[in-house]
Design a protein around this ligand. Sequence first.
Ligand SMILES: C[S@@+](CC[C@H](N)C(=O)[O-])C[C@H]1O[C@@H](n2cnc3c(N)ncnc32)[C@H](O)[C@@H]1O
Length: 289
Amino acid sequence: MKHKIKTSIFQFLSILPNSLGVQLYHKLQFFSENKNLNLKIKSTENTFNSFISICNQLKINILNQSIIEIGSGWLPIMPYFFIFKGKAKRVSTYDLNEHYQEKSIVNFNTIFSKEYNQSVNTKKNGKYSLPKEVVYYPSQNIITAEIPKAETVFSRFVLEHVTPEDIVEMHKKFKKSLEKGSHIVHFISPSDHRAYSDKSLSLQDFLKYDQKEWNRIQTKFDYHNRLRLPQYLEIFKSLDYEIIYLTFDSVKKDSEQHRLFKNIEIHSDYKNYSEEELTAGNINIVLKV
Ligand SMILES: C[S@@+](CC[C@H](N)C(=O)[O-])C[C@H]1O[C@@H](n2cnc3c(N)ncnc32)[C@H](O)[C@@H]1O
């Protein structure tokens, strides 16, 4: 039921005049993003630890290196881990929107420095109190933005919100602008995000709809491309990327999630995929340019 309320709110916001809808969305999202800040930091730290473990396996070095982050989101949590724990030289973080807010950055700086016993030296360069190693590029589409030289491109929970066409475009751009041998690391969450706040819903619930029906449910505020693992792999392979690392979660047989999955009637658009391909979650993938 909870997911229906959330969907109705997004649908209401999307019929308002654009700037009003965006403003209200920003206020609501700001509240929810800052509500469980400690949990968010811990969850991002888990991502950072997985990232480091992947780097160690693949012998990728971020020490003194430059990183580009696609999709900054609401707070520079991942960039801080790259800089303060990974000792990267610079993180250039890009977002289509401008979700950062000075008040929450200042609050985050206090929490991060206490929690990690780290002195966060910030100079108010421009609008935000960020360390000089973190450079924020809001209101910029990574596809068209000018990007600096970097050894690694990183994204966390972004690609599932990008249209398949734009995923192709951004990877064409990286092929052209990054040096050969650079790495692109994506953490992708291909599951139905409505199921995160509503445990009665299967993580694959949205696969019961055809594209038209799904477009009537989703809005620009919660767009999800519903791409399955083989579709991502197909895109990367078609652009001649070498896939040098891939892990994903599978739904355990006899679990509650498996029962929920079995209860949905998967739309015929997805009938050619195996159960493992349909349910593959938390995709971590590394591409070599
Ligand atoms: C769900 S948020 C994830 C934010 C953050 N990475 C995290 O882990 O919390 C996805 C973000 O990606 C941004 N985004 C989507 N497509 C983008 C693009 N083409 N260029 C830059 N940012 C993009 C969105 O504006 C949004 O802020």
